[in-house]
Each structure stands twice: as structure tokens, then as C-alpha cells.
Design a protein around this ligand. Structure first.
Ligand code: ADP
Length: 453
């Protein structure tokens, strides 16, 4: 409310002011005369007008510097209010501000009743600020409670206290509702500790991830360099054999027809070996570059098995293997790329042959269960340790030196290609193996026909 106090106040105006602001006890208008002395008029409905006059003049006399500054503020266009404790009546405050009236000094004083002011004005603010979280209490000079946001709860003596500038001598006590500062600090530090611990865990996890990636990368590099030396070896051996037999034949020294045809067959066999290595690398490279395309149709799995076995029969016989087939004639066709399936079988058969020593026996079975058609290829060879079983489908992986299978040369690509093809068919591949006893690969193809790749 802005009061326009023109110099005098009528009784009606005072009533009006007190109606709007019931905490106002009196109003003082204090012009200064030519000699610089204050000429005070107090407007009040109570009888203590004289005592207000005396106490106001006292305050002006005691605070000349402050009063001077109030006037300077007013001349500069600001309105600053100073609050003073009155001596006229207990629990009253004099609020004083200056006005700039045609350059002459003029002060206004509003005398308010502290208790009424707290109860009528401050209480709603305090209630709003306190909400449920704090207990706020206004106390007077004598530590008596004037207002409390939650009257039912006791406020401890040692609670935080802040003086209220508008009401000299009055203070605001601040307390937390339902809990103590200590418990809040405890809770906060517990939260901080948990947060720090979580942060540590996150950091460790990040470091571990980086470490793992680096290790994986360096392992892959190691595997790649092994791969190059393995493949060079695999290529060099058949090439050297082919070269040697061709040279011998060229010299015309081989007289017997039998010997010659034996040499031709060796050359032919070694060139197929070369071709198979090169094909494996090409196939792998296509997979890596995502250039491999598949043609899916409904195909009979048993037939594909028979075809591959037929192509391998001579090789198996020469190597002294027996092959047993347990093909379930009742299995339905599967949705697959027959060439890719043949490649899978060739790789698995190749491995079964390569990694068998004493007992040279391979068993091929097909069948179906409730959700898939399956193919099992089992050998009685060297077997794969449990540790290595986890890695055999990784590209370039070969067992470490010292393992029996290490002596057999290979590229480490075969099973990676197999796994990729099975994935493309939305199938699954499982290995079960015991070192020294043999290995069993089981391939599952989904039963239901799929219309797209
Ligand atoms: P490689 O060219 O070395 O044969 P693969 O990817 O075909 O590459 O096989 C990876 C590794 O898995 C082989 O080096 C071998 O140690 C092991 N392995 C695969 N098949 C068999 C099997 N039938 N018996 C024993 N070990 C096998």
C-alpha cells in the first residue's frame, strides 16, 4: 500500500490506513524547520501520542547520521526504510523513511505493533517458507515466542537463529521438521559415500572395458599374424609337392604307367587342397566384406549330406576312415542355401578327418525335434578342451602350441565360416567334446518355412 501523506492526515485517513494495515499504531510526519530542527506531528488513535513524539525525537537525535543518509537516498530517488526500536511502548517499532519535498527535508515515521505485524503479515510468509520441512519461530527480546509455524512441536534452544531486520530485537528461529541437522548430515554423507562408491565401480568397469578391448585387439592381431604364417605353410606344402612331381614327370624318368598315374593323382589331390585353401580364404573374405549372397530354397538336408559324403568317399577311404550314416528319412526339407550347407559340411568333415588320429570313425546323423531339423557330425578324434571350446568359432582361432591338435595345420577360418552360415540360416551350432575321446557338432535348423532370407 502506498500512502500519499501530503503533510497532514485526517482522522478518516488514519482510520483508512489502520483498516488496511491494522498493525499500524501511529504515523508521524516530521518536516524540518529553517534552523534544521524537526517539527513533529503524530497521528494516532491511542492516548500515548506524547510518548511516541518524545521517543521519535529521541531516535532522530540519536541517529542523525542515519537520518541524513535516508534524506540523501530520497534526493537520489530511492526510498530506504530504517527500523528502530521505540521506547514509547513495548513491542513497537518505528519505521522511518525520508521524502524529497521541494528540496526540503521531510521524514515520515510509521509506528507498528510488532506482535500484530508478525501475526498479520509475517505469519503467512513464514508458513509458506516453512512448508513441511522447517519449523520457523519468531521470538521477541525476551525469547518469548510470538509466532510459530508448527505450534505443537518444541524448538530446541540451540536452533539456528537469525535476527529480523525490520523488527529490531526480534529473531527468527529455524529448525528442521521431524529430523535434526545431524541426521540430515549423516544421511547426506551416506548418500555421498554410496555415490562415490558407485562412481568408483563405474570407473573400474570403464577401465576394465578398455583393458578388455585392448586385450581383444592385441589378441586378434596375434591371431592374424599366426594366420598368415599358417596359411603360407598350407599353401607352400602342396605347391612344393606339385612342382616336384611335375618336374619328375617332365624329365621323362618315370617309366612305369602305374607310377605316372600315381604322380598325377598326387598332383590332382594337392591342387584340390590348394583350391580348397584359396576357396576358404575367399569365402571368409566375402563374409567379412558382407559380399556373400545366399539363395534360399526348400532343400532336402539328407540329399546334401549324401552328395558331400559321395564327393569325400575316396578321400575318406584313402585316409582309412569309416563313415556311418544315421539319416532320418522322415525329416522335412529345410529353408536353406544348399551350397552354403555343403560348405558347412565340408568344413566339419575336413576337421573331423584332420583332428582324428587312432580311431578313424565319423558318424553323421540327421533327425528332427519339436522345433528344428538337426544334423550331427561326430568323430572319435583328439577332442577339444573346455577352455578352447569357447573360442573355436572365433576367426583365426587355433589351439595353442602344446595341444595335440596344434601339429595339424589349418587357417583358423573353417569354424568361423561355419558359424556365420548357421547364423544366416537362423540356426544354432553346439559343440560337445572330451579331450582324447572325440568331438560332436550339432547343427539345428528352424523347422518352419521362412519366406525371406
Ligand atoms: P582350422 O583351420 O585350424 O581347422 P577351424 O576354424 O576349422 O580352423 O577350427 C578351429 C580349431 O578348432 C582347430 O584349430 C582345432 O583346434 C579345433 N577343432 C575344430 N574341429 C575339431 C575337431 N573335430 N576335433 C578336434 N578339434 C577341432
Amino acid at each position: 500500500v502506498v500512502y500519499d501523506l501530503a503533510g497532514t492526515i485526517t482522522r478518516a485517513e488514519l482510520s483508512e490506513i489502520q483498516h488496511i494495515s491494522p498493525f499500524v499504531t501511529a504515523i508521524a510526519i516530521i518536516p524540518f524547520n529553517a534552523a534544521g530542527h524537526p517539527e513533529i506531528t503524530v497521528y494516532s488513535n491511542t492516548e500515548n501520542r506524547d510518548s511516541i513524539t518524545i521517543s521519535t525525537l529521541q531516535i532522530i537525535g540519536n541517529n542523525q547520521e542515519l537520518i541524513e543518509r535516508l534524506s540523501e537516498f530520497a534526493i537520489a530517488g530511492y526510498r530506504k526504510i530504517e527500523a528502530f526500536e521505540t521506547t514509547s511502548g513495548k513491542n513497537q517499532t518505528l519505521l522511518m523513511f525520508a521524502a524529497n519535498k521541494n528540496g526540503s527535508k521531510l521524514l515520515y515515521g510509521i509506528i507498528i505493533d510488532n506482535k500484530a505485524f508478525v501475526q498479520l503479515v509475517l505469519s503467512s510468509r513464514i508458513q509458506y517458507v516453512a512448508q513441511e520441512k522447517f519449523i520457523l519461530e519468531v521470538i521477541d527480546h525476551n525469547n518469548n515466542s510470538v509466532y510459530k509455524s508448527d505450534p505443537l512441536t518444541d524448538t530446541p534452544e540451540n536452533s539456528y537463529q537469525q535476527s529480523i531486520w525490520l523488527l529490531p530485537g526480534y529473531a527468527l528461529r529455524i529448525n528442521l521438521a521431524g529430523t535434526t541437522i545431524e541426521s540430515i548430515i549423516k544421511q547426506r554423507s551416506r548418500q555421498n559415500l554410496i555415490f562415490l562408491a558407485l562412481l568408483d565401480i563405474a570407473l573400474l568397469f570403464g577401465a576394465w572395458l578398455i583393458f578388455r578391448n585392448i586385450r581383444k585387439e592385441s589378441r586378434l592381431n596375434q591371431l592374424k599374424s599366426n594366420f598368415i604364417s599358417n596359411v603360407s605353410h598350407e599353401v607352400r606344402t602342396p605347391l612344393a609337392l606339385i612342382k616336384m612331381y611335375i618336374e619328375t614327370l617332365e624329365m621323362g624318368r618315370v617309366k612305369s604307367e602305374d607310377k605316372r598315374s600315381e604322380y598325377y593323382s598326387i598332383i590332382s589331390h594337392e591342387s584340390s587342397r590348394l583350391a580348397s585353401i584359396v576357396n576358404k580364404i575367399l569365402s571368409f573374405s566375402k563374409i567379412e566384406n558382407e559380399k556373400q549372397h545366399y539363395q534360399f530354397k526348400n532343400v532336402p538336408l539328407n540329399q546334401i549330406v549324401e552328395d558331400v559324403v559321395l564327393a569325400y568317399s575316396h578321400h575318406l577311404k584313402v585316409k582309412g576312415f569309416t563313415l556311418k550314416k544315421n539319416l532320418d528319412e522322415a525329416i522335412p526339407e529345410i529353408y536353406a542355401d544348399s551350397e552354403a550347407l555343403s560348405e558347412v559340411l565340408v568344413n566339419l568333415l575336413d576337421n573331423a578327418i584332420k583332428y582324428s588320429d587312432r580311431e578313424k570313425k565319423i558318424i553323421l546323423s540327421t533327425g528332427r525335434d519339436s522345433t528344428s531339423v538337426f544334423l550331427v557330425i561326430e568323430d572319435k578324434g583328439l577332442g577339444i578342451s573346455e577352455q578352447n571350446q569357447k573360442h573355436i568359432f572365433e576367426k583365426f582361432f587355433r589351439v595353442a602350441e602344446g595341444d595335440l591338435a596344434y601339429k595339424t595345420k589349418g587357417s583358423g577360418l573353417g569354424l568361423a565360416i561355419v558359424k556365420h552360415i548357421i547364423d544366416v540360416h537362423q540356426g544354432q551350432i553346439f559343440v560337445s567334446s572330451t579331450l582324447g575321446k572325440g568331438t560332436k557338432f550339432t547343427l539345428h535348423f528352424p523347422l518352419k518355412n521362412r519366406s525371406k532370407n
